[in-house]
Design a protein around this ligand. Structure first.
Ligand SMILES: [Zn+2]
Length: 169
């Protein structure tokens, strides 16, 4: 769905070249609103427990697609708070933040993914309604996939194999 009207003054938006790209913008000079379409920040959690990594299936994903716990930042939240909150909401346990894996562009979804490594304590996993299930994959069988979160998994695995990970505390 494309925006048609200015959210500030309700005039029909027009296309204008700004900052080297064509953008939807308000033609009213006194308003000047521009739809920049900036990517949304998303946090992703590589959740480790023992020698396993927890992958989840979200209801909005294909049934056989397993990935990291992810979620949007909320207003006023630090990414580190957001990723701990997301894991608590989706898996029902308070995880320990180990460190940042990396930051990855995800242009297909117009997102920027901030991927963190967390450790899940013992205890029963209680999935929330966003998820259909989870899998505990032994780390030695974990394979990265071809997307922004997959690149985070690849980086995490590579650092782990190199044995020089600054956030394997
Ligand atoms: Zn306007």
């Amino acid at each position: 769905m494309e925006l048609k009207f200015c959210p500030c003054c309700a005039r029909p938006l027009t296309r204008r070249l700004l900052g080297g790209r064509e953008r939807l913008a308000c033609p009213e000079p006194a308003c000047g609103w521009v739809f920049w379409d900036n990517p949304a920040p998303v946090v992703a959690a590589l959740v480790e427990r023992g020698d396993h990594v927890i992958l989840v299936n979200n209801k909005q994903w294909p049934p056989n697609w397993w990935g990291l716990v992810t979620g949007f930042l909320e207003h006023g939240e630090d990414p580190e708070e957001a990723v701990v909150r997301e894991v608590a909401e989706e898996l029902g346990l308070e995880a320990e933040l180990v460190g940042l894996i990396g930051v990855y562009g995800f242009p297909q979804q117009n997102q920027v993914i901030m991927a963190y490594h967390l450790r899940l304590p013992e205890g029963e996993i209680a999935l929330n309604e966003e998820l259909t299930g989870y899998k505990a994959i032994p780390v030695e069988r974990l394979k990265a996939w071809d997307s922004a979160t997959g690149r985070a998994v690849a980086d995490w695995l590579a650092r782990r194999r190199a044995g020089a990970a600054p956030n394997q505390g």
